[in-house]
Structures are given as C-alpha cells and as structure tokens.
Design a protein around this ligand. Structure first.
Ligand SMILES: [Ca+2]
Ligand SMILES: [Ca+2]
Length: 200
C-alpha cells in the first residue's frame, strides 16, 4: 500500500508500491465445532477488516470462508454467532446434576468448556443461581437464556482451565500477511455440560 498526497487530500491506493501490481488479498477460513468435534451448523461469522464488516454463513460442515478479499496487513477480527431459539437444546436433568456435583465439590468439572457451559447466568462463576435458571429451562418456565451459545477460538490456551470465563470470543489478527485456514472455534451451548446438544 502506498499513500499519495494530492493537495490537502490523502488518497490510499491498493497497489503494491514496488511491483505496481494490485496489493495481495488473502483468504481466511475456519471450522466451528462443538467441544466433542461435531461440526456446528447455522453459525454466522462476522469478519471485520478495515472499515468493512462481512457476515458469512458457515456451511453444514461448520466451515466458513471469506475468499480472497482482505487486503494484506489488515487487522482482522472474526466473531461467530448462532441464534438458537431453543435454550433447551441439549439441556437436561443430567446436566443439572453434573453442575450440582460441581457446585457441591462432589465431582468438580475440570474441562473449561463444560465449566463455561455451566455458567447459565453469565456471572463469571458457577453457582446454584445457574442451576435454578437451567431447571426453569428444562421445565419450560423460561424460554430464553442470557447467552445461548458461546464461542472460543480453538487454539486459545486457557491460563487457568478451571477459571475459563474470560476466554475471548473472537480471533483477532493484528496484521494479516498470509492465507489463514486455521481460524477454528469451539461452540459451547449454555447448560449442556455433557455434550448432548444437537449441532443443527
Ligand atoms: Ca453463574
Ligand atoms: Ca446435555
């Protein structure tokens, strides 16, 4: 990229300053799965670069692609989301029992995704308040949750897997300088501790 000044205006040209050819653009892609590796469907992925935001649909294999459009050196932010009208997807009494055993320290959960799934009220901790909420979902007294799905970059390494609540929900690339096809995410269904949620 070169920037040329004409009078008082500054123009930016999408050309490589050495070759004079158009500056390269790169493709980004990745896959979204449940914690057990099952591809998650009906996910929308927001991809922000420069002043542009594009939203692409992941396919039925959980794969999203934004092909050859992002100029080199762009800062890129990728954020998946899924609107699921059923908070009860994958939520059953066995999940509540598992969360209860965790809260009572009878059988603590040690998997960061399961611990995140347990935090139904998005408080940043797991307590009886979460159990109360999920019981209401099971009894269909409650038909929404504060957050139905949570996404975490697959490559994210938890500093403390037992306190995973501040995990990022986006992938941020400061300067895109190559094709990236490893931008995967794990999708976590709130309340589904035993990985029984339907991916479609
Ligand atoms: Ca909580
Ligand atoms: Ca479940």
């Amino acid at each position: 990229m070169i920037a040329a000044t004409h009078g008082r205006s500054v123009f930016s040209y999408p050309f490589d300053s050495i070759t004079g050819r158009p500056a390269p653009t790169f493709t980004v892609s990745g896959k979204i799965t449940l914690p057990n590796g099952t591809p998650l469907q009906r996910v929308k992925v927001s991809i922000q670069y420069g002043n542009t935001t594009e939203v692409v649909d992941a396919d039925n294999n959980g794969v999203y692609v934004l092909s050859g459009r992002i100029p080199a050196d762009s800062k890129v932010t990728i954020t998946p989301s899924r609107t699921d009208f059923s908070p009860s997807n994958g939520v059953s009494t066995s999940d509540v029992v598992a969360i209860q055993k965790h809260v009572l320290s009878v059988l603590p959960l040690n998997d960061p995704y399961r611990i995140m799934a347990s935090d139904a009220n998005v408080s940043g901790s797991v307590s009886t308040a979460d159990i109360v909420l999920l019981r209401k979902v099971i009894l269909t007294i409650l038909d929404t949750l504060p957050r139905n799905w949570r996404f975490v970059p697959k490559l994210y390494v938890f500093p403390n897997p037992l306190v995973p609540f501040n995990a990022p929900s986006s992938i941020v690339i400061q300067k895109l300088d190559a094709v990236r096809n490893d931008l995967d995410f794990i999708g976590i269904k709130t309340g589904d501790v035993n990985n029984s949620a339907s991916p479609n």
